[in-house]
Design a protein around this ligand. Sequence first.
Ligand SMILES: [Fe+2]
Ligand SMILES: [Fe+2]
Length: 277
Amino acid sequence: MKTRIAILSDNCVDNHNTRAEHGLAFWIETEDQCLLFDTGQGLVLEDNAQVLDLDLDAVDTVVLSHGHYDHTGGLPALLHRTGGDIRIIAHPAAFRPKYKRADAGTRYIGIPPASLEVLLGLSNPPVSTPLPLEVAPGIWSTGEIPRTHPEETSTEGFCTDVQGVDDDPLLDDQAVFFDTSQGIVVLLGCAHAGLINTLDHVRRLAQGRPIHAVLGGTHLRSASPSRLAWTLEELKFFSLQRVVAMHCTGPQATAALWNAFPGICSPGGTGMSFDFE
Ligand SMILES: [Fe+2]
Ligand SMILES: [Fe+2]
């Protein structure tokens, strides 16, 4: 199945006519359908789509990786264009309040109020499920990702209340994947569930098909040196042919991945596109 992926939102720029933001959004185009995986925080989605000649009006499905603002803030602009006639797919926990502990109290980092408002006005309510789902023919969301590796357990100051008392395990975190002639391609949002936990889960869902490529945020930006080293070692078992490190990977982990997987890992940026079949 021919599938085109384009990066509409990322922290870095690749095509210099596009713009960056702290966010992530993938364009997914098959022969029959156009989908988005996340929407960025909404500062660049429309402009970048225009520069890349991608018609947001044609999007009929949005899969949300999780409920953070930098993945959901582009919903109002998108839904304004599509008239709300669109299917939104997310884990139920994506719609819950989300905060991050900061120096003085907490900061709200959940779905922005404007995005919540347009979600409430949808003609069809969001598909809210913790289970894997075939979101379009051959395109799957992973659903909730089992946390099997204790090395990847970290809440990093994420919490569910404004007082900052209750940790947010971010159970909503999910990825998207599809099969190609070369193997499975995985798109990550932030990989809050852990990169290796995510790839293990995809491999189980894909019934042993090799994983060919991984694109997206790995949330290794604030990983300890020991966790980063462990991740690099575990990644070797997947024999990946392509890794595109984006968003919350951070420069240090991107460099570590680049050095550990020369010729395979490279940084991503807005305007990049990839054709798979
Ligand atoms: Fe996040
Ligand atoms: Fe993020």
